[in-house]
Design a protein around this ligand. Structure first.
Ligand code: MN
Length: 585
């Protein structure tokens, strides 16, 4: 699962007004889960040694400050990814006291224990040192809304197979997921637990895991099944492997770093029994990666932005108007963990196994199920706590995989709206150079299931999603005098746009619209309800064609020229090189 709930605010929206002499920056509060943005909060601003005078030097100073921060971000990132090779051990020891692992935990640990804990943290992305020292059967707080406790469910519900997928997960974390599933799922409803090991290399996940499985099976014969991949297949195909091994009428597909809350299964099984075309997600709480405390999350739907990263959403208005916080929440997509009728899952096309490694499959499933006649919902009375890792073990950079997978979704399911995905990733719509693999089977599936259009989905299921139907161009704004610098949204703290070395990543992607006559940094706010406002009232704005320059008010020096790297609907200008739309994790 890739979603986090950290809410980053203050993204600048820059609107270039009539006459191109003013840049007015507006604020909106966006749900932005951008790694850099998150780290900006943690990294203290460096204090410059000396003050420079004048605008130009001030600008230079700001750029230097940004570079300093970027360096801090990189340093912090380096600390928290698994270390490889010789010599890095010493660096790890040297830097352990700076790790985020010790911000809220471990102050009393001796240096040797801290070294061990840090090494384990780097391997797993969470505090496995602590996990090894807390009970596999620990209770967690019952965070269900009050009304849930009074609901009764049908006496005969379908059985469930719970699938846990993992790669190089800490053994104690996997075992706690299993123990929690056994303790919270009524015995007669739990058919089996299937572990899918996606070719882990950790020694403890070999013999020792086998021993635990045998031990648990000696108490409840046949309860646990272990599927081991001979090569790494990625999260998406691992889930499908688990589904293939399952035999109960309902399958629950989860990560192996979760703890179930009381009574999680009955509400879900009952909803699926009523209608087998419902795919159901529990509500998620967070297990903090450092302290393992369970943190309550507000009830949410699950959506996505145009890069197809998942987002927690405010539940729809229709849900609020029920004034019943136990009612199912209609959701446009899924975060990644869900429960489904085993046969229906096959009929609807499982997951897109042509996707690679990680990302997008959850969004694709949500879109597909809705467009092809099913439904997707989140249940407030089914709660599961999940560890949001500090970093993921699959690969150090998931972005390329997520982008490729997102383009598959766009090409198969999104009709004319596929342009939005290309825009969000800042890649050309023709000859993107990205190999998305063969999508003919998925297109045939859509035809066979006679699915509705993506426009229908947006209007009826995901009305909160912003549409960019009046876009004239997108790309970066380059300075015509100094072509290596671009307009950038700038630090989050002051909300002032800056010039910065061109990198083409999200903070520099600008959009030129026909009706608002605006150039703005966008798509970080994926949905309407995360957008505060558009433009200040009273000013009459005129259309400004792409290619015009932004000039300094006094000197009339050309500051910026819109370089329409990508135009649509007719891409006529060559794409910028090196502006690959990379996104920070
Ligand atoms: Mn997860």
């Amino acid at each position: 699962m890739a979603c986090t709930r950290r809410t980053k605010t203050l993204v600048s929206t820059c609107v270039i007004l009539s006459g191109m002499t003013n840049i007015v920056c507006l604020l909106y509060v966006g749900w932005v889960t951008n790694y850099i943005a998150n780290v900006y909060v943690k990294v203290p601003m460096p204090v410059p040694d000396k003050k420079l005078d004048g605008d130009k030097k001030g600008e230079t100073l700001r750029i230097i400050e940004r570079l300093d921060r970027l360096e801090n971000v990189v340093n912090q990132h380096i600390q928290e990814i698994p270390l490889r090779g010789e010599g890095v051990q010493a660096e790890a020891e040297q830097s352990f006291s700076d790790s985020s692992l010790f911000s809220h935990w471990g102050r009393d640990l001796g240096p040797e224990s801290r070294r061990v804990a840090l090494k384990m943290f780097q391997a797993h992305g969470y505090n496995s040192y602590l996990s090894d020292r807390i009970s596999l059967d620990r209770p967690i707080p019952d965070l269900r809304p009050d009304g849930c406790k009074n609901i009764s469910y049908p006496p005969h519900l379908p059985q469930v197979s719970i699938v846990f997928i993992f790669v190089n997960e800490a053994l104690s974390v996997i075992l706690r997921s299993i123990h929690s599933a056994i303790h919270t799922t009524p015995t007669h409803l739990l058919k089996e637990i299937i572990l899918v090991d996606d070719n882990s290399s950790n020694e403890e996940l070999k013999l020792r895991l086998d021993e635990h499985v045998s031990e648990l099976n000696s108490r409840r014969p046949g309860l646990l099944k272990l599927v081991r991949h001979q090569r790494q297949e990625g999260l998406i195909r691992s889930r499908v492997s688990g589904w293939r091994a399952a035999s109960a009428p309902v399958v629950a597909l989860f990560d192996a770093h979760v703890e179930f809350n009381t009574g999680w299964a009955e509400p879900i099984l009952s909803r699926i029994q009523e209608d087998r075309t419902r795919i159901v997600s529990p509500s998620f709480d967070n297990i903090k990666y450092d302290t393992f405390e369970v943190e309550e999350y507000p009830l949410s739907a699950q959506g996505f932005d145009w890069e197809l990263w998942c987002r927690y959403l405010n539940p729809p208005k229709a849900w609020w108007s029920l004034s019943n916080n136990t009612a199912p929440i209609r959701t446009p997509a899924l975060i990644g963990c869900f429960v489904v009728d085993r046969q229906y899952f096959e009929e609807i096309g499982l997951l897109d196994e042509g996707m690679e490694v990680y990302g997008g499959e959850n969004v694709e499933l949500g879109i597909r199920v809705w467009q092809c006649g099913g439904s997707v919902e989140v249940l407030p009375c089914a709660r599961i706590a999940h560890i949001e890792r500090a970093h993921k073990p699959y690969t150090e950079d998931l972005t390329g995989h997520v982008r490729r997978n997102a383009l598959r979704v766009a090409e198969v399911w999104m009709d004319e709206f596929k342009t939005h995905v290309y825009m969000a990733w800042n890649i050309p719509q023709e000859d993107s150079g990205i190999d998305i693999g063969d999508i003919s089977e998925r297109r045939a599936l859509r035809k066979r299931l006679q699915c509705k259009t993506f426009r229908w989905y947006l209007v009826n299921i995901y009305p909160e999603m912003r549409m960019y139907t009046d876009m004239a161009a997108y790309g970066v704004l380059k300075n015509s005098l100094k072509p290596e610098v671009c307009l950038d949204q700038g630090p989050d703290q002051d909300n002032v746009p800056i010039l910065y070395l061109c990198h083409g990543m999200t903070p520099q992607v600008m959009y030129y619209t026909q009706t608002q006559q605006a150039v703005r940094q966008a798509c970080s706010a994926p949905t309407i309800d995360s957008r505060r406002q558009q433009v200040p009232g009273g000013r009459q704005r005129q259309a400004t064609p792409p290619g015009v320059q932004l000039r300094h008010r006094q000197t009339h020096e050309a500051l910026l020229a819109l370089l329409p790297g990508r135009l649509y609907p007719e891409p006529t200008v060559q794409a910028l090189s090196g502006a690959g739309g990379e996104r920070h994790q």
